[in-house]
Design a binder for this molecule. Structure first.
Ligand SMILES: Nc1ncnc2c1ncn2[C@@H]1O[C@H](COP(=O)(O)OP(=O)(O)OP(=O)(O)O)[C@@H](O)[C@H]1O
Ligand SMILES: [Mg+2]
Length: 431
């Protein structure tokens, strides 16, 4: 196997931490390995305990290294939409090539030009999403490479994140001994995998129903328009079951995953489930119908909240399809309930590849696909072992950020003294 074609993504979630290793050959995506471990140290999508999160990442990576029989040194990091802001951006460059053929370097330069903006102290640059290119006045171009032109323009979306939560997860990954090849906003990956081009064009809502968070992202005209995170997810159902059935969190989780239904008509009133009572050896019996009654009430509340959120996002009345993914989407009956509440085209997305047939892998797997597409467009390499960036011992936070900062704030970072100033900014965050 050619190691240089392997992509490795890491998704540190509230409930589970996922690692996916895949190769993309031509149009074929082959899964080499996928695994997950229960997360510790994360709450509602953010790091609350650095050591526990590092341990979780180490555990997941060790497991993956055994599966693929490789030492993993660098990963693509899936970044949640928490603290993310989107704003329109624009770049323009003169085509460099003598014969005026637009090359990947021109695309890369126009993206860099669009990322030169001043940001407030609490924000960090994450990425520029190229939405449309214009070549010598001809617009609506998705990929200008190979075209002939003099002036290349790009209208895109600038993605920034709040420094604190972003730096914390980065610190954990780097302290776990991993280099971050690139952080990618996970909804972009999920959409690349789960939404069709037509859905993205006409208007689609992608719901990532995770354990501690629910992320709603809206795509229209082929571009990400908005992304909003709600600080609750499927773990809320586990908590409900644990409280009402008077059982442990672990037992409630087992019951939810094995017998849980999101929609009452999907439940069997005759199926009896034994539930261990918390702190005793006794068991209670509940029917699947009774269990579903608890789940459906909460699911309905969550979906109605999402419905209202869509209204606030200004897309309540727009024709769109709704695609639900994330681990929480694995519950039976979720499609039927969502269909009833949203009253529009609804689909549950579960990756259809051997080894990752679980919706909790959508973000990690999609990130690989997105990285591949983004890399092709911009000439960057995001597969293992190719992009060789060196970490300075005394500057643990990612090099990616310092690189982008140089572009955004040209006054900084150029000299040793200025590098020290940059470190002070980081230090300020950790003091
Ligand atoms: N078969 C199933 N039925 C119901 N729920 C399930 C099933 N499988 C997994 N889940 C739930 O999915 C959630 C985990 O999903 P996922 O891994 O996508 O979340 P996460 O990424 O850890 O969390 P977040 O994105 O909110 O930080 C857990 O709440 C888990 O109980
Ligand atoms: Mg998640």
């Amino acid at each position: 196997m050619n190691r240089q074609e392997l992509y490795i993504s890491l998704d540190v979630g509230t409930s589970t931490t996922k690692v996916v290793v895949a190769e993309i050959l031509g149009d074929d995506l082959n899964i080499i390995g996928a695994c997950y471990v229960k997360s510790k140290g994360i709450r509602k999508g953010s790091v609350i305990d650095i050591d526990e999160t590092i341990q979780t990442i180490n555990q997941a990576m060790k497991q993956m290294e055994l599966i693929v029989d490789l030492k993993i040194a660098n990963v693509l990091l899936c970044v949640s939409s928490i603290g993310v802001e989107l704003s329109p951006c624009f770049g323009v460059v003169a085509v460099a090539n003598q014969d005026k053929e637009i090359m990947t370097e021109d695309v890369s330069r126009v993206l860099d030009a669009a990322s030169v903006v001043s940001l407030s102290q609490d924000k960090e640059f994450l990425t520029v999403i190229p939405n449309r290119f214009t070549v010598d006045g001809v617009d609506e171009i998705k990929d200008p490479r190979g075209m002939i032109g003099i002036r290349l323009e790009m209208n895109g979306t600038l993605v920034t994140v709040k420094k604190t939560s972003f730096y914390n997860i980065i610190r954990c990954v780097e302290r776990a001994g991993l280099e971050i090849l690139e952080p990618f906003l996970q909804t972009l990956g999920a959409s690349a995998l789960s939404l069709s081009k037509e859905e993205c064009e006409l208007g689609a809502v992608l719901i990532d129903f995770g354990g501690g968070t629910t992320t709603v992202s809206y795509y229209l005209d082929g571009c990400l328009q908005d992304t909003v995170v709600m600080l609750f997810g499927s773990d809320l159902i586990t908590k409900d079951l644990s409280t009402v059935l008077e059982t442990s969190f672990e037992e409630a989780e087992r019951i939810k995953e094995k017998y849980g239904r999101a929609y009452l008509p999907a439940a069997d009133p005759n199926q009896v489930v034994d539930v261990k009572i918390l702190g005793t050896q006794e068991q209670h019996q509940f029917t699947q119908y009774e269990i579903t009654d608890i789940i459906e009430a909460r699911m309905e509340e969550i979906f109605r909240f999402i419905y209202q959120t869509l209204d606030h996002m200004g897309i309540g009345q727009a024709p769109h399809s709704i695609v639900i993914s994330g681990g929480g989407a694995m519950m039976h009956g979720i499609y039927e309930l969502a269909q009833e509440i949203f009253d529009t085209r609804v689909r549950v997305y579960v990756p259809d590849f051997i080894g990752v047939r679980n919706a909790m892998y959508t973000n990690a797997l999609g990130t690989i696909l997105f990285a591949h597409q983004y890399g092709k467009l911009t000439g960057q390499k995001f597969h293992m072992g190719i992009k060789n960036m060196t970490v300075q011992e005394d500057a643990p936070l990612i090099h990616h950020m310092s690189k982008k900062r140089q572009e955004q704030e040209p006054k900084e970072v150029k000299t040793k003294g200025e590098k020290a100033a940059l470190k002070k900014i980081f230090k300020y965050f950790w003091d």
